[in-house]
Design a protein. Structure first.
Length: 415
């Protein structure tokens, strides 16, 4: 357990530092831009976030399983991820333009969306390198690059927000993303393997064939997570969008916590001895339960959080935040269950579970937003997340029981 905690702790440190600086940046940006301009920024980031799934399309976890495997060249694995990234870029920008046309954004809002998509592209490239860094246990070295890029982003975003420039804030995001990507290239090239274009069709086909189930599931999951902001933007005023966006930033931050911890432990579910995997699973279960209970408890302090973080001008977002924090607790469980199933090779079930969650969310949005506005959207999120967790939880339970029965039969063949 000490070995697992030491190696996973470095990965979590990088992610937690990212969360802390992002939260500080969100506070500064929200306080200086105000609800209406924040609503414009939230719209651009929401469209980009909605399309983010097409960039890597589930390749990350599969590539992580292949790094360090003697059967594959590490640079070929990275190139396979890049090939998926390049395909995703075209889809992302095409759908981004379609989304702007459907929503009816003006020139300024469209420019915000385009900038957000470019930021997403750079972050996607950086993520392909990050998967190699985590898989090959170099997260500790990545912390320096993360710190530098976040300081750059925070400083420039603060200046832009103080001047009331939404485009300027996105340019600050771009500067931070570019600096982190550059530093990750240096880290991988100097410490792990040569960063170069080394295409291998067999490697690409494996990443694609196994990752597509995760990618398809992520499409439904991302639609479910992002549709609320888009529907609110279409049906409500920028003020309502800004209030909901401010509350949802807590959800985004909490999701990074859950993704960071489950992501850090994920490699230990797929490698090492049976005893080492057993230790990782114990930590995994403990963190999953503790995190869900924690966020549900925080929900009772929603109004205090809003006043403390954003100030009195956002107090109307407190009821929205309260419901969303309960959703965060459910999402925490979902993150852990999802990665456990991927480690077991059961990722093919993800699209079906996420499709059900997406359907529940869209139906709930249509029914609840007209009468309840932002609170209705929050309830839709909670209902959708609950549906996904119930389905995945039942499948995981049956899978674990089946695996245990097979192991017992293997050790007792006479039975």
């Amino acid at each position: 357990m000490k070995k697992i905690a030491k190696l996973a702790g470095a990965t979590m440190a990088v992610q937690l530092f990212t969360v802390a600086t992002q939260l500080l940046m969100d506070i500064i940006v929200a306080r200086n831009l105000g609800p209406e301009k924040l609503g414009m920024l939230v719209l651009g980031l929401s469209i980009a976030g909605l399309l983010s799934v097409f960039l890597l399309f589930g390749s990350g976890e599969i590539a992580m399983r292949m790094y360090g495997d003697d059967a594959y060249d590490n640079s070929a694995v990275l190139s396979g991820a890049w090939k998926i990234l390049l395909r995703g870029v075209g889809v992302m920008f095409a759908l981004g333009g379609l989304a702007c046309a459907i929503i009816g954004t003006d020139a300024h809002e469209t420019a915000i969306v385009v900038m957000a998509l470019f930021v997403l592209l750079v972050n996607g490239f950086s993520s392909t390198l990050g998967h190699a860094i985590v898989a090959l246990d170099r997260s500790k070295e990545d912390l320096v690059g993360c710190a530098i890029s976040r300081v750059v982003m925070l400083a420039l975003a603060s200046i832009a927000a103080w001047n009331g420039s939404v485009i300027g804030v996105l340019l600050a995001y771009m500067a931070g993303a570019l600096s982190h990507a550059f530093l990750r290239v240096r880290l991988v090239d100097n410490e792990l393997f040569r960063v170069r274009w080394n295409p291998d069709q067999e490697v690409f086909e494996r990443i694609w064939s196994e990752g597509k189930h995760i990618g398809i599931g992520s499409i439904f999951g991302t639609i479910s997570n992002r549709a609320d902001t888009l529907v609110i933007s279409a049906l409500m005023t920028p003020l309502v969008t800004g209030l909901y966006g401010a509350a949802y930033r807590f959800v985004t931050g909490a999701q990074v916590f859950s993704q960071a911890s489950s992501f850090a432990l994920y490699p230990f579910l797929t490698r090492g001895t049976q005893q080492e995997r057993g230790s990782a699973k114990k930590i995994y279960v403990a963190l999953a339960i503790a995190g869900a209970i924690f966020w549900c408890g925080v929900a009772f302090f929603a109004e205090i959080l809003i006043n403390l973080v954003y100030g009195a001008q956002f107090v109307a977002a407190a009821p929205i935040l309260r419901v969303l924090l309960f959703a965060v607790g459910v999402q925490w469980l979902a993150a852990y269950v999802t990665r456990w199933m991927i480690a077991m090779g059961r990722q093919s079930i993800l699209p079906y579970a996420q499709a059900v969650g997406c359907a529940v969310n869209l139906i709930s949005l249509a029914v609840l937003i007209p009468g309840m506005a932002g609170v209705g959207a929050a309830w839709a999120t909670l209902l959708a997340d609950a549906a996904v967790v119930i389905i995945l939880g039942l499948v995981l339970l049956f899978s674990v029981q089946a695996s245990r029965s097979q192991n017992e039969a293997a050790t007792c063949p006479d039975l």
